[in-house]
Design a protein around this ligand. Structure first.
Ligand SMILES: Cc1ncc(C[n+]2csc(CCOP(=O)(O)OP(=O)(O)O)c2C)c(N)n1
Ligand SMILES: [Mg+2]
Length: 1106
């Protein structure tokens, strides 16, 4: 809606309801020259103002003229006649066919005068009428009655209400009965080819300036513009049958009744009710009804807090008792930290009673971070379309629901919109519904956006925007029907802007009068939509007052019954709220068994040969000479049974594809690879779009491989791939950052979904994030993926050494929130990718990838490290002279990633191979306590050092240091109290701790103290309490309850129950690890190459010395 951008101009006067007739009488009726452009631009940002000549709207005008001229040259003004005769005009290729009901002007008897050619005034008047029609189509929405509160006067400078539509036209009252031929760009005539001016204006006023405001004339396609015009202008489109009206009323009754019931039963609970925009529920139902009728079988929705519970109850038909149970504050019956009730997702399959067709509905769980779920929903939708072979989006669709403030404020909306038409990211049209309550928390639109509408972002993708007054249910239903048909016809996005209000505060216990006193005075006096609609239907005789009451009472009974049922529940179950169930994936699986990741050597050779070959039987496919050299080098490596990084990756992908695992790699410039090493797509040098992707042609029956250069967005694309990975566990989905540094623009996806999604929503994902990382003198922004941040979010306990056994590694993986690794060899890269699929569960993998190592002569792996019997190495021990003579080794340098190669080089140069061992930690998290201990024990007499190229406050140091100490001592000393790390960065359940912790310093703590929750013990007055450690209780994931882990200790990575760990520890023994590397720093790297080299040399000198 249009709000002034100044604080003092909030207009609360009712919108001026001037219709054309009144305006005309009061305006200057002198005949003016009519301009081709209908009305003055209303705002500089108005599309019409910025319209280039011959865009959708102007072009249609010229085209109209051209049509008329073709039929009868004398029917247009002489200047147009001269223009068209000059052959300068070319009709657009998508020129709409001339309508059957159009006739040449000469067929009309204008003003009673019988003449062969009309006079120029008649022509000009016709042109004026055409211009008026076009003006309504372009600007009608500016003056439509969209705001139920009528507080949003379009305070456009000197240009209010209807004036903006026909400011430059002057017909007198005497012209009102004149008959005008209708152009082909309007459908207001129905079957009539001409209408009196008065009727033309009335119809236009009704279509464009009533309760619906259609914004569409910026769309470049004439076909699409005409399609929309037809849907709104055709007479009678807003006529509803009594049955349809009763259905709307019933749905509105449920939507309203649900909020009222919650308000009654849980008056002090936050629920982010929909009051003021209840029509959203019937609106969603209408979209789904029409879409199912048109073939859609599955709808995936993303939405924020507002009206979410109502949507689950009345759109998805989630059992009401499950929803009510969420209000009861019950303990969870299953594991996970859970989430607040208005964030949880759901998945339901049910019969749509209106269409009598089965439909699947999913609402994707989302975090508080507004709009962050948008790309996730798109990715999930895309994946579902992919697995169903729904290439045009006819069976699966997405609906995104937005708040008005978030829709215009959050950049990810724009980023997501820009995926909408990209070949590898499109979901073939999303219907966006904005629950526009004209406020965001306490901020009104004057202060939250610079655009006239909150929906303007959609214009960038040519999505039509249907603004509609949320107090007019029939107008809303019509708009929804058109939106669903639009999507089914053009498979493009569109937006429904439901303009309502918010009856209460931001949440139900918030006081809105503090900040919006005038608005809320209005709201208090405003009848709700249900009452308004019921009054209307009663008045017109469609229903009786009794019927209205009985529908409401019936629904209240349903709620009461569910309420009683909910009371009998003792626990909430997170699995009831799963949005992406993976049926069959977990069943019958040994949760502690990883399938082998090595493959037959012949498979490696086959993949290698294919990967290093041009297209078979395509001699004419011209490949760039440089790439011929790349392919030849690959072939030579294959012949030597060696793999570099790109080949190792291709081996992983190719072998998974062979096994039927779909692989999808997406990110900026991933097809070639930012560092020009991958080259998965070969481009014919002479033919546009002729490409060859050898990984798609490895085996005849392989799974599909897709590699896609993405839009230049991290937030949306990473979210998209996360959503894609949620859909089916049998796929390897990878997102690569251009450089790891840029991944932080997607931080909300990383924090809110990837690291904590399983814990909050029992949802797993095996997404791989490939993050080029390494200090190579490329300055502060091409160096670090901020490994420390990922590690800081890892949920394994630094002070707890889990019990050693053969299953150590898999148990650790099972219980952690994600895996963080930094591999140094192509073979390990290959194995860790394959392990993602070999695991009997799914975990996100955060993988630092190299830059210079891509071409490093030593960073190559023999096939023997990838073939059968080989596996991923969590740690790569020293394999040189030092290992052979371990007890004499003076120093062990532990490191991770590319710095290993610098360290070994320095060691060779200094001839310290016998004195210094270098051990690579390839899987940093979960921390390989067992193997670190083993290595430390091997070099009994050696000093232990952690060397890293990142600054001391960055990289791995802060993560590995406490874990090294735990590994080295394999026991803990309790020194002081500390809360242990939680499973994720989100805990919402209040936990109690009944653990019995061992404590060196608190040996006399009694069991009573020990059974207190950790918080109360932390802050207890009794001093002895403050040194007792405690574990916040469960918070652990149990494989989404898909398999029974009877013998698996709950959360292997953290102490549980009587094996509780202490907080900060002191080491008992003298063995410790020290740090070598850069000092703490604010930036990730220096911008000076010389300084970089100095720092690196200092690090190497320090690390490689005895
Ligand atoms: C990214 C983000 N920033 C801030 C918030 C805090 N916040 C929660 S609701 C809200 C207002 C949302 O307004 P709107 O989008 O219009 O939705 P409404 O609540 O009015 O339905 C804000 C700022 C948030 N949840 N997410
Ligand atoms: Mg709002």
């Amino acid at each position: 809606m249009h709000r002034a951008h100044t604080a003092f101009s909030l207009a609360l006067s009712p919108m001026a309801h001037k219709n054309f007739a009144t305006w005309l009488l009061s305006s200057n009726s002198s005949q003016k020259l009519i301009k081709a452009t209908a009305a003055a631009a209303v705002r500089t940002y108005n599309s019409a103002a910025a319209e280039p000549f011959a865009n959708g709207s102007t072009a249609s005008y010229v085209e109209e003229m051209y049509n008329a001229w073709l039929r009868d040259p004398s029917s247009v003004h002489t200047s147009w006649d001269a223009y068209f005769r000059s052959n300068s005009y070319m009709s657009p290729p998508n020129l709409a066919p001339v309508q059957a009901n159009t006739l040449p002007l000469s067929a009309f008897n204008f003003g009673g005068a019988v003449s062969a050619a009309p006079d120029s005034k008649t022509i000009d008047d016709h042109l004026a009428v055409q211009a008026i029609i076009r003006s309504y189509q372009i600007r009608g929405h500016n003056v439509a009655h969209l705001d139920p509160l009528e507080i949003n006067t379009p305070d456009l400078p000197g240009n209010t209400s209807t004036k903006s539509i026909y400011a430059n036209f002057s017909f007198g009252e005497q012209d009102m009965e004149r008959q005008f031929k209708l152009p082909s760009t309007t459908f207001i005539g129905g079957d009539e080819a001409s209408l009196p001016l008065k009727e033309i204006l009335n119809r236009l006023e009704n279509v464009y300036c009533n309760k619906i405001g259609v914004e569409f004339m910026f769309i470049n396609s004439l076909e699409q513009c005409n399609w929309i015009r037809k849907r709104f202008e055709t007479p009678g489109v807003l006529n509803f049958t009594p049955e349809e009206k009763r259905l709307i009323l019933a749905r509105l009754t449920r939507a309203t009744g649900f909020e009222a019931f919650l308000a009654k039963k849980y008056s002090s609970e936050k629920r982010f009710g929909l009051e003021g925009c209840e029509i959203m529920i019937p609106a969603l139902k209408e979209i789904i009804d029409v879409s199912t009728e048109l073939g859609v079988e599955s709808v995936i929705m993303g939405m924020p807090h507002r009206g979410r519970l109502n949507t689950l109850a009345n759109v998805c038909r989630k059992p009401l008792n499950q929803i009510f149970t969420q209000f009861a504050g019950l303990e969870a019956a299953d594991d996970g930290s859970g989430d607040v009730k208005y964030h949880l997702g759901t998945y339901i399959e049910r019969l749509n009673r209106v269409t009598n067709k089965n439909i699947r509905l999913a609402v994707v769980a989302n975090p508080s971070h507004l709009e962050a779920v948008d790309p996730v929903v798109q990715g999930k939708t895309r994946a579902e379309q992919f697995y169903r072979g729904d290439q045009e989006g006819k069976k699966v669709m997405s609906i995104l629901i937005h708040g008005d403030a978030a829709f215009c404020g959050q950049g990810v909306v724009y980023e997501t919109m820009h995926l909408s038409d990209l070949p590898d990211y499109t979901t073939h049209g999303t219907i966006h519904v904005v629950a526009n309550n004209q406020i965001g928390f306490t901020t009104d639109p004057r202060f939250s956006r610079s655009s006239p509408y909150c929906t303007d972002v959609a214009r960038v993708v040519n999505a039509p925007i249907f603004h509609v007054n949320a107090d007019d249910p029939e107008a809303v239903m019509h708009v929804c029907k058109v939106a669903a048909e639009w999507r089914a016809t053009f498979h493009k996005d569109c937006v429904i802007d439901l303009v309502g209000y918010r009856r209460n505060g931001h949440n139900e216990i918030d006081e809105p009068m503090f900040t919006q006193p005038l608005m809320y005075q209005k709201i208090r006096k405003h009848k709700n939509c249900l009452d308004l609609y019921a009054d209307k239907l009663i008045a017109e005789g469609t229903v009786t007052g009794e019927e209205v009451k009985s529908v409401a009472a019936k629904y209240e009974n349903i709620c009461e019954e569910a309420f009683a049922l909910a009371k009998t529940e003792t626990h909430v179950k997170y699995k009831d709220w799963l949005d992406s169930p993976w049926s069959g994936f977990f069943e019958g699986k040994d949760p502690l068994k990883v399938a082998p990741t090595g493959v037959k050597e012949e498979t490696l050779i086959h993949i290698g040969n294919r990967f290093s070959s041009p297209p078979p039987n395509a001699a004419e496919f011209v490949i760039h000479k440089g790439l011929m050299r790349v392919l030849a080098a690959r072939k030579a490596m294959v012949d030597e049974k060696l793999a570099d990084w790109a080949l190792g990756e291709a081996m992983a992908f190719g072998s998974l594809l062979k096994e039927g695992i779909h692989v999808r790699l997406s990110g900026q410039d991933v097809e070639r690879g930012t560092f020009s090493h991958r080259h998965h797509v070969l481009h014919h040098q002479l033919v546009d779009k002729a490409t060859y992707n050898s990984l798609q042609h490895m085996y005849p029956d392989q799974a599909p491989y897709s590699v896609s250069n993405s839009s230049l967005s991290e937030y949306a694309v990473l979210g998209f791939e996360h959503g894609y990975s949620m859909t089916n566990p049998n796929a390897l989905v990878l997102w690569e950052a251009q450089f790891g540094d840029f991944s932080n623009t997607a931080q909300a996806i990383i924090d809110q979904f990837i690291s904590s999604g399983q814990s909050k929503w029992v949802r797993q994902s095996g997404l791989v994030m490939l993050l080029p990382h390494g200090m190579e003198g490329m300055g502060p922004e091409h160096s670090s993926c901020r490994l420390e941040r990922f590690l800081q979010m890892s949920s394994d306990d630094p002070d707890y050494f889990p019990p050693e056994s053969d299953e150590f590694a898999i148990r650790q993986l099972h219980d952690i929130n994600w895996i963080v690794a930094n591999c140094t060899t192509p073979a390990n890269y290959y194995h860790i990718l394959r392990r993602q699929i070999a695991l009997p569960f799914r975990k996100p993998l955060i993988l630092c990838t190299p830059k210079s190592l891509l071409r490093h002569p030593e960073a190559k792996s023999p096939f023997s490290e990838m073939s059968e019997g080989s596996e991923f190495l969590r740690i790569i021990p020293d394999r040189g002279p030092a290992a052979d003579n371990a007890s004499n080794v003076k120093k062990v340098v532990f490191c991770t990633g590319r710095v290993y190669y610098d360290l070994t080089k320095a060691r060779t140069e200094k001839q310290l191979e016998k004195d210094i061992a270098i051990v690579r930690v390839e899987q940093v998290s979960p921390f390989p306590f067992d193997l670190v201990k083993e290595q430390a024990n091997l070099y009994k007499n050696a000093e232990l050092v952690w060397a890293q190229e990142e600054h001391k406050n960055q990289g791995c140091w802060t993560y590995v240091q406490p874990r090294f100490l735990t590994a080295l001592n394999h026991s803990r000393d309790i020194s002081q109290s500390d809360e242990q790390s939680t499973f994720s960065n989100s805990t919402t359940t209040t936990t109690t701790d009944n653990t019995n912790h061992e404590s060196d310093t608190d040996s006399d703590s009694n069991s009573d103290k020990k059974s207190k929750p950790w918080l109360s013990r932390m802050f207890a007055s009794d001093k002895s309490d403050t040194v007792t450690t405690a574990a916040s209780a469960t918070g652990e994931f149990n494989a989404a309850k898909h398999f029974d882990l009877k013998n698996v200790r709950h959360d292997f990575n953290r102490p549980a129950g009587d094996a509780a760990a202490p907080g900060v520890r002191k080491t008992k023994t003298g063995r410790k690890i020290s740090y070598t590397g850069r000092a703490c720093g604010a930036s990730t790297a220096t911008g000076s190459k010389a300084q970089h080299i100095r720092e690196l040399n200092a690090l190497l000198n320090d690390a490689i010395s005895t």
